[in-house]
Design a protein around this ligand. Structure first.
Ligand code: NAG
Ligand code: NAG
Ligand code: NAG
Ligand code: NAG
Ligand code: NAG
Ligand code: NAG
Length: 651
């Protein structure tokens, strides 16, 4: 519960930090390179909690100083050493955002016992030994951009800017920036950022930057180069990527910063919530479980159960998790294709974090989720709950996912309107079942095209509900790994972490519009709602020109007739999509109502009110105040527990 409280506090801190002092800036939270260690951790039961504690500890420091250092463990093989640092031009808020991304991605190195991640705005590394004074090593590498610049003026500028930054950085607490402009038209301008980890002394910093500088010079004449060294980060570019020194405030950009902050804070909150619910459930279980009798009884159940797969069986089925069988990688695990001895095909998710120490708990979750059966839901067949690693076993679906079809203009031809409508209805039925199934009401919270899998007859099956998270590899955003996906997240969920079935309805609405237009909802970093597919569709719907943005595969397809009837059907789906994406959650239909609207084609539909967008007059995200903001003090662990429970497993 401590963890969730820290994170909730962080959410509040982020929001408070933003409101009084908004400044345009860029957290540059794009990953440049993730470098994982080559040795496996020694004992996951000890490693994972130490690693998580290190990240938490650093998290607290990062907010105050843009830098964090932590050692967790008794100083033996399972001890975790961590360091994170934001580059010198990041504001405290951007630093929190960048770090949030770093700590979301770095765990992907598990089960390796260490790794480092270079982002464009910050750095993080964790190992089982003290690396704090390393400034050079075999992993040092330069990453070059591929846009060629031939101008000799640029080369000269880069050289001068690098020299400048490398000279000044060691004297300036390891941080140096340089901007050199040559010609008046800006053609020859070069911008350089140099940063040494704060654990290095000036001479080590200088050595690191010198090496980095000569390696990055080899990128010339390309327009961008980054050196990723053990003790420093160095980047040159022809565009000015440096954050300005804070001064002018522009209210338009303010809202963007707030929205960004909320997304990331929500992501952080949910990481916390997930960890929190684990801790909480474990505590409840410990409280219930008096004595070892129950444990033994439980172990017996587990062995008898058909849900329980032997670790060795799954290892064999996937050819020892062979790379060739890898289907994708997400926030909580890597998915492999497997074939059981009886020939059945399965998908095996290998979770990054081992649940062995709470196997009974984990098993109960698996039991609940696997009991949820519906023709439009991907089945969880079971798990290997007590083996050396935690594995989940799903049914295997050969046709991948909906996004591979609708966002691909040639594969999109394979899905005509009848097929798409069938997928829409199937998805809606699956969601109605999840929301209204008596035993375990489940909010999916990550409905998106890549989570709609297609079976051999291209029927929709919703993946990843309940326990698991990201089935397909998804590089899109900070929050994808753990929370929902930016672009599909309802405003009240994004801003306040407020999760009800209506958040799924919102995501479903976005999905409808994507299926009809063949376009992906805007996922640009800077603006969540402003120029989104939802806003565009809504405006066109008002102007009665929405037909112009129908997927051309639907309008000009050769294999069926696009007639007035099809057109009206498509328009109706757009209309329902807009009703589902209304900003005010209480106005959105329930899933069963939405399904009814789609099926009963002669029933009149109400006019949709506006989707979320930034109101130019007030510069506020409309209507997210419909629900009062959560109270600032979440210190009460009961309310935190029930909140995280509803996020994880609503009842
Ligand atoms: C890992 O450490 C725990 C706690 O010391 C111990 O109980 C467990 O047996 C160890 N596991 C392995 C595989 O060594
Ligand atoms: C973080 O770790 C350091 C030692 O590495 C310790 O002194 C400090 O108290 C920890 N801080 C928190 C908030 O746990
Ligand atoms: C780090 O872990 C590896 C593999 O688990 C082990 O061989 C090595 O000795 C560890 N390093 C330290 C300093 O304990
Ligand atoms: C600076 O740090 C390096 C590496 O840790 C060390 O070898 C060197 O002696 C230090 N120099 C000074 C002047 O402290
Ligand atoms: C660099 O190359 C990659 C792959 O070849 C390409 O996808 C990317 O668009 C290129 N970037 C630029 C800026 O040209
Ligand atoms: C920049 O310089 C290069 C080489 O000197 C030249 O080819 C190019 O046209 C220039 N671009 C602009 C915008 O002046």
């Amino acid at each position: 519960m401590k963890i969730i409280m820290i994170n909730t506090a962080l959410l509040m801190a982020v929001i408070l930090m933003v409101l009084p002092d908004p400044t345009w800036s860029d957290p540059r939270s794009k990953t440049v390179k993730l470098i994982c260690g080559e040795q496996s951790e020694h004992n996951a039961t000890l490693y994972v909690p130490n690693f998580v504690a290190t990240m938490e500890n650093i998290s607290a420091q990062i907010r105050n100083s843009g830098f964090g250092l932590s050692v967790t463990g008794p100083g033996n093989i399972d001890t975790n050493y961590g360091l994170a640092q934001c580059y010198g031009d990041l504001s405290p808020l951007d630093c929190v955002l960048c770090y949030a991304e770093a700590r979301t991605v770095l765990p992907q190195c598990f089960p390796a016992n260490g790794g480092r991640i270079f982002l464009d705005g910050c750095f993080m590394r964790a190992e089982n030994y003290s690396f704090f004074h390393e400034y050079s090593g075999p992993n040092d590498v330069a990453v070059c951009g591929n846009e060629t610049r031939t101008g000799p003026a640029f080369r000269e500028s880069v050289r001068r800017a690098l020299n400048d930054a490398v000279l000044t950085a060691p004297e300036k607490n390891g941080y140096g920036r340089a901007e050199v402009a040559v010609s008046g038209d800006g053609n020859g301008s070069a911008y350089v950022l140099a940063d040494c980890w704060r654990t290095l002394n000036a001479s080590a910093c200088r050595s690191c930057l010198k090496k980095a500088s000569s390696s990055v010079m080899k990128c010339l004449p390309l327009s961008n180069g980054r050196a990723l060294n053990a003790g420093c980060f160095l980047r040159y570019s022809n565009t000015n990527f440096l954050n300005p020194i804070p001064q002018n405030r522009n209210s338009k950009e303010r809202i963007i910063v707030i929205v960004m902050a909320c997304v990331s804070a929500a992501a952080v909150l949910i990481i916390g919530a997930v960890i929190g619910v684990y801790t909480w459930k474990q505590r409840i279980i410990q409280r219930k479980r008096k004595g070892s009798d129950d444990t033994k009884k439980y172990a017996k159940t587990l062995n008898d159960s058909s849900l329980n797969f032997k670790y060795s069986t799954l290892e064999k089925a996937t050819a020892s998790f062979d790379e060739a069988n890898k289907l994708g990688r997400g926030g909580f695990g890597t998915v492999y294709k497997g074939v059981l001895p009886d020939g059945r095909e399965i998908a095996v998710k290998r979770l990054f974090f081992n649940n062995k120490h709470r196997a009974s708990d984990f098993y109960n979750e698996v039991k609940i989720i696997s009991s949820v059966e519906h023709k439009n839901l991907v089945r969880l067949l079971g798990c290997s709950c007590s083996g050396p690693e935690s594995l989940l076993v799903y049914e295997f679906l050969p046709n991948t996912s909906l996004d591979r079809f609708i966002f691909d203009s040639s594969k999109g031809k394979g899905l005509n309107w009848e097929k798409r409508f069938e997928i829409i209805i199937g998805t809606a039925e699956g969601l109605v079942y999840l929301h209204e199934n008596g035993n375990a009401r489940i909010i999916h919270r990550d409905i998106k095209a890549s989570n709609i899998l297609l079976d051999s007859r291209l029927r929709a099956k919703i993946a990843d509900f309940g326990l698991a998270r990201s089935f397909q590899e998804d590089k899109s955003h900070i929050s994808t790994a753990i929370a929902g996906t930016l672009g599909y997240m309802a405003p009240e969920y994004l801003a306040h972490g407020q999760l009800t079935e209506k958040a799924d309805v919102y995501s479903f609405g976005v999905l409808l519009l994507e299926i009809v237009t063949g376009r992906q909802n805007n996922r640009s970093n800077t603006s969540v709602y402003a120029e989104s597919l939802v806003t565009i569709t809504w405006k066109r719907f008002q102007q009665r020109t929405v037909e112009e943005i129908f997927d051309s595969n639907l309008v000009t397809s050769h294999n069926y007739n696009y007639n007035i009837e099809t057109r009206n059907d498509i328009l109706r789906v757009v209309h329902v999509g807009l009703l589902c994406t209304q900003e005010i959650a209480s106005l959105r239909p329930s899933m069963s109502k939405a399904l009814e609207m789609l099926v009963k084609k002669d029933e009149d539909l109400p006019a949709p009110t506006s989707p979320p967008f930034v109101d130019d007059n007030t510069m506020e995200l409309n209507g997210t105040n419909e629900h009062p903001s959560p109270p600032l003090d979440y210190g009460n662990s009961d309310s935190a527990a029930s909140m995280s429970q509803s996020i994880f497993f609503p009842r």
